[in-house]
Design a protein around this ligand. Sequence first.
Ligand SMILES: *[C@@H]1O[C@H](CO)[C@@H](O)[C@H](O)[C@H]1NC(C)=O
Ligand SMILES: *[C@@H]1O[C@H](CO)[C@@H](O)[C@H](O)[C@H]1NC(C)=O
Ligand SMILES: *[C@@H]1O[C@H](CO)[C@@H](O)[C@H](O)[C@H]1NC(C)=O
Ligand SMILES: *[C@@H]1O[C@H](CO)[C@@H](O)[C@H](O)[C@H]1NC(C)=O
Ligand SMILES: *[C@@H]1O[C@H](CO)[C@@H](O)[C@H](O)[C@H]1NC(C)=O
Length: 946
Amino acid sequence: MAEPSNGPASFWTQANALLRKSLTFQKRNIKTNIRLISFPFVLCLLLVLIQSVVNHELNKASNKCGCKCIDTNGDGQCEKVCGIQYSNAKQVKACSILNPPELPPLLQIPAPQYRAVKTDFTPFNDLPNSSCRRTGPCPATILFTGSNQSLGEILAGNMVPSSSSLNYSDIIGSLAQNVLGTASWPDSSNYLEPALSDPQVYVVQQQCTGNSSFSVAFQALSITFQLDVSCAQGLGGWRNSSSAVNDELYKGYRKGNTQGQINEIVAGYDFLNTNSNNFNVSIWYNSTYKDETGNVPVSLVRVARSVNLASNAYVQFLLGPAIKMLFEFVKGMPKPETELRLDLSSVLGTLFFTWVIIQLFPVVLTALIYEKQQKLRIMMKMHGLGDGPYWLISYAYFLSISSIYMLCFVIFGSVISLKFFTLNDYSMQFVFYFIYINLQISLAFLVAPFFSNVKTATVVGYMCVFGTGLLGDFLFKFFIEDTSFPRGWIIIMELYPGFSLYRGLYEFAQYSLTGNYIGTHGMRWSDLSDSKNGMKEVLIIMVVEWLVVLPVAYCIDQVTSSGSGKSPMFLFERFRKKHPSSSQRPSLRRQGSKVYVQMEKPDISQEREKVEQLLLYSSTDHAIVCDNLKKVYPGRDGNPEKFAVRGLSLALPPGECFGMLGPNGAGKTSFISMMIGLTKPTSGIAYVQGLDIQTHMDAIYTSMGVCPQHDLLWETLTGREHLLFYGRLKNLKGSALTQAVEESLKSVNLFYGGVADKQAGKYSGGMKRRLSVAISLIGDPKVVYMDEPSSGLDPASRNNLWNVVKRAKQDRAIILTTHSMEEAEVLCDRLGIFVDGSFQCIGNPKELKARYGGSYVFTMTTSSTYEEEVEKMVRCLSPGAKRIYQISGTQKFELPKHEVKIADVFQVVENAKSRFTVHAWGLADTTLEDVFIKVARSTQAFNVLS
Ligand SMILES: *[C@@H]1O[C@H](CO)[C@@H](O)[C@H](O)[C@H]1NC(C)=O
Ligand SMILES: *[C@@H]1O[C@H](CO)[C@@H](O)[C@H](O)[C@H]1NC(C)=O
Ligand SMILES: *[C@@H]1O[C@H](CO)[C@@H](O)[C@H](O)[C@H]1NC(C)=O
Ligand SMILES: *[C@@H]1O[C@H](CO)[C@@H](O)[C@H](O)[C@H]1NC(C)=O
Ligand SMILES: *[C@@H]1O[C@H](CO)[C@@H](O)[C@H](O)[C@H]1NC(C)=O
């Protein structure tokens, strides 16, 4: 284990070590990786599946232009022919229409059961009596108003013809002479007026007579329409003002009146200031009719007929009944065949892909927090890993994982030809994703210090993932689409990276959706200049955020990882602590130290003097020198300040193993934490290899080894890989490294039986412990701290470990804490018993035993009747004897060594045996354990008194 020291490892050596470790770690995590990569695969597959279902639905015959099998060339075989004539109203949308049919214009009139009647809320005498709803069809009412009532009534009388007339040799022409109306709703494409295949077609005239109904067939576009036309009486009603008309229309509307009765009116005409020189009319029409998708108001197609009625009435008023203004037919524009296409990846893609990409965030975050939670980061740091290499490699590592993930995602999406990927420019996608994953990794670094637990981070991370996706889709999207929403606010929302990701994906999706629909490409670089899409802003925001977040994350990490390593609150604590600090009150402090000096034992003050001498001559031949080191935890929530370490002075030459004994909570761990740089001392100085721990911790790390109380290991790395990693950090290379690792493994008995190549997570507690010790010793550190190295080991392994430590202490200083007196006696050259923040005694085990022992422990068990006799006997043997224990016949006495001879004891016992039955007896020298208990107890008693 005594390899030559090569000096501290360079930046690239450290980076290399970390990279290799990360790669191995990644290799072991193959299952997690597969799960990770499979997420986008599954989502894409899901998209493809839904897409095929949708395509199937869209390709159904009912969505395509209608076809029929007809024998066109007379060979007895039928051919499939398609066209508008074989289609229903729904199919027509898809047909190619070269010559749109000419169709009779229709007036929208209410269905018979809804036509207006006289009611409590519309008590006009010109409305029909409500009995018509039972007896037969009610007349359809049209309302009129205007500034000249007599003129208005003339016009109303001209509005609908008095009778129907039909010329079968010119059906379309003669239908135009009549007013045809329908109660059925129009359709968004009026190539085939749906009302014509509806039985509810009415001819509106002033009076219905017995022969008013007729049946007629007419041809348009080789389609034969069969119309069964029934009569509907058109009733004109004059109202005094336009507000009266308005009021009546409102009340007639379903739910417009409190009774819930429906009183529908055909239309309202306001002739305003119309006179013989001026035709001025405004028309109320029912605009509530919508097509089946519910968003296109299609009733305008019926409005044309209402306008024509008024114009015709005015022409007839001016020029007489012989002149007519005919509205013969309506005709749509010709159009090519259209296909219904819907690219789901563009519709659902934004949400799905937001999830897919943002999913990397919790992955990176938890990886970072795992190393922190398991204290692996600090462990690596204590073995010399600088922050620079750590950042470089971690960042590069996450970046490459993210890149591979995104690459798989895009490639897979393209292979299954999702339009989202194939239509948008690939270089643009690449830049967008690349910037985003960089930003995301920086963010993970930024927020990682605020978490200390992987589970919390996972929960918060995934809440972010799903929350962002859903908020984006159900909230942010509406803001983007609402053009009246201020753009500034959208930019502000996009400052949240999840939304800028959503926005970018949304724009890609929009471009691929329209690109697919009209059969062109998606987004191109040139589209950046289009102010209608937010792509440019999104890219700028993300780049700027990345450039800001990364350095900020680095600073926060610097503060938190070097300090208490707990929370960024650390920054503020430093300011808070200043006020009650004892260093601000020198007089008090001097008083305090005087008190200590007075009660200090000679061995302690001797150590203190030695330290002062060493500091005076600034000698560096001691590996560890601590001068009056103190650690005070500030009082919190009303609790007083806690003095964890009160003025500790210690000097350790190389080659010495110093054992720190002490009860739990005595402050040993606080002391070690200060020495290994986890916390900063409140006051006092300490030098390791001549370097100040306050300022040169990074340099100290390169010659320091730590075996922490709890094993800090990567579950998935093997023992050998751990040692290789830490060996490289300690600048071991090539064959020296392999040799050192092998020796190290052998020395802790982990070499044989393939143990070295088993993952550390599968080790038993003892094996982990031995590995931890091996790690602390690899690379020839000059100073090693071991916190209870042998706890939980079986006796054989413990002896083994002791041999390792014994060999290792030859040329280095070791500070060891332990609860095992046996261990302390075997390993340590000197011992210090540390109680309540300060040393109570320092010396080698023999000295301590002599100083604090000085007595034998005599035990005797008899029946309880002889207890007094035994006591008398012992007092006679040694007047200074003290009874320390008594229970049902068993008694323990402490006999000062100078008063008794062992031979006398035997004689007295023999004597006693002859008088009464002695069940058992014993005489023991004091052990280190007795010393420990004595020292600890006396100090605690003192503290209770003081
Ligand atoms: C109203 O119209 C009629 C018919 O054109 C006309 O004779 C009459 O003078 C008009 N009344 C007013 C007040 O303009
Ligand atoms: C019917 O229409 C034809 C063709 O336009 C015309 O010749 C004929 O005179 C019309 N008959 C009547 C009675 O109007
Ligand atoms: C309309 O006005 C006339 C005269 O101004 C009045 O007699 C009649 O009652 C009014 N009609 C209605 C329905 O208010
Ligand atoms: C307008 O059309 C809607 C939808 O059919 C109907 O509910 C409403 O009653 C109509 N309103 C009038 C005033 O006819
Ligand atoms: C038509 O009527 C409206 C409303 O009364 C009026 O503002 C407008 O000036 C009139 N137009 C003409 C040409 O008289």
